[in-house]
Ligand binder design. Structure first.
Ligand SMILES: Cc1cc2nc3c(=O)[nH]c(=O)nc-3n(C[C@H](O)[C@H](O)[C@H](O)COP(=O)(O)O)c2cc1C
Length: 404
């Protein structure tokens, strides 16, 4: 349990920083190359201003949202985050548990330190499963069958990891999975609780592919180079036909994560996806991409409601959620916000992250004069260079307020 309640996501992040050895914290927190895209994800939220609507009755606020026909109690999903058993032994099970408890949705990473069957055993009806173009059709096809049998109801295909992003913090830190404790020995020595958890649970490898924990001796050596990449598993020749093939294999909701241009998004919609996660992998892959928020209005206009848009990346405040929905997202998805919570306090830390965002969202909606998620639109925003619909204007009429 926490000594005191973390006041916001930034406070959870500080707890995560204190609990984790630096190589681990930087693995979570960092981005690719110069982190231009990582920073853009936050900056574009900051730059956008909001405008309230006075005198609406906000005594009841409805936060429910609908994604691919499924109603959620809050417009906040959990993005897939792999290898997070290294952060805390609850790992990828934590968002599945919290999402179920709170009536929302977790996307469970296929690069998890729990196999998808283990997640489903700990949390029946575990949400959606995150696949990658692992090798050929027979390989990811088999994983789709496993996800179906385990009770996952949706699939999310990540397509922006053809090769590993150039994450220089990880290279400098000699970060590998499993972690080699011989590198940065001092950092590991001052976090004994984390080391004990790592040794005891050994949740630090991809259990969907290798069900056994790694041998203890694998932690001992000094890392000679950066991470043995999970991405080595991924095909570099995945095609639109392969996406159509996946669509044909899967009857439930299909989300695509990593299509960013209007051209690709339209093509993906034609292939029959239901949901697009609009984001740049949290700035961890191709540096130089715009933020999801910058791209959202264009995608909304191009797709005309044919797929549900979920803004993914940079969400740290309830206000961010409002802004994304005002531009055209049906909901947002959080990554680091819940991983910080996981590092800070396991399942209850993930719950804290969700509760903080939900509380902030309610406050912002009340102050803005918005009674429900459905009411949020561009009229609550002041432009700031984004392509937005013009604010709803009507001619000024003389009224009692204007009378002398
Ligand atoms: C530690 C970590 C692991 C991640 N693993 C995955 C993954 O397995 N699959 C995936 O599609 N995205 C993965 N992502 C990206 C997230 O799903 C999400 O796109 C990103 O974190 C959103 O940005 P935010 O952290 O600013 O919210 C990971 C992100 C982090 C921080």
């Amino acid at each position: 349990m926490f000594m005191s309640e973390p006041i916001n996501i930034a406070a959870l992040r500080e707890r995560a920083r204190a609990r984790l050895p630096r190589p681990l914290f930087e693995f979570v927190d960092g981005g690719a190359e110069d982190e231009v895209t990582l920073n853009a994800n936050r900056e574009s939220f900051r730059e956008l201003r909001v405008l309230p609507r006075l005198f609406t009755d906000v005594s009841e606020i409805d936060l429910s949202a609908t994604i691919a026909g499924r109603q959620l109690t809050v417009p906040i999903l959990f993005s897939p985050a792999g290898l997070v058993g290294v952060v805390h032994p609850a790992g990828e099970t934590a968002p599945a548990i919290v999402a179920r408890r709170h009536g929302t949705l977790a996307i469970v990473s296929g690069h998890g330190t729990y196999s998808l069957e283990e997640v489903a055993q700990i949390q029946p009806s575990p949400g959606w499963f995150n696949i990658f173009p692992w090798g050929e059709r027979d390989r990811y096809g088999a994983m789709i069958d496993r996800a179906r049998s385990a009770g996952f109801t949706g699939l999310c295909l990540t397509v922006d990891t053809t090769v590993a992003g150039n994450r220089e913090r990880d290279i400098r830190n000699g970060w590998t999975a499993p972690p080699r404790l011989g590198s940065h020995l001092h950092e590991y020595a001052i976090h004994p609780r984390w080391v004990v958890n790592l040794m005891r649970h050994r949740r630090c490898t991809l259990r969907n592919f290798a069900p056994q924990p790694p041998p203890l001796r694998s932690f001992a050596r000094r890392a000679s180079h950066a991470a043995a990449s999970t991405i080595d598993l991924i095909s570099r020749s995945f095609s639109w036909e392969d996406l159509e093939w996946i669509r044909a294999q899967w009857e439930g909701p299909l989300a695509l994560k990593g299509a960013f241009s209007v051209r690709d998004a339209i093509r993906a919609a034609e292939c029959g996806i239901d949901v697009l996660l609009v984001g740049n992998h949290g700035g961890r892959q191709l540096d130089g991409l715009p933020s999801g928020l910058e791209q959202l209005a264009l995608l909304r206009d191009a797709l005309q409601g044919r797929v549900d848009l979920i803004l993914d990346g940079g969400v740290r405040r309830g206000l961010d959620i409002v802004k994304a929905i005002c531009i055209g997202a049906s909901a947002v998805s959080i990554g680091r916000a819940w991983v910080y919570g996981l590092a800070a306090g396991g399942v209850s830390g993930v719950e804290q992250a969700l509760t903080i965002l939900e509380r902030e969202l309610r406050t912002v909606m009340a102050l803005l004069g918005a009674r429900s998620i459905r009411e949020l639109d561009a009229s609550f925003l002041l432009g700031a260079g984004l392509q937005l619909e013009p604010h709803s204007r009507r001619p000024l009429q003389a009224s009692r307020c204007d009378s002398p």
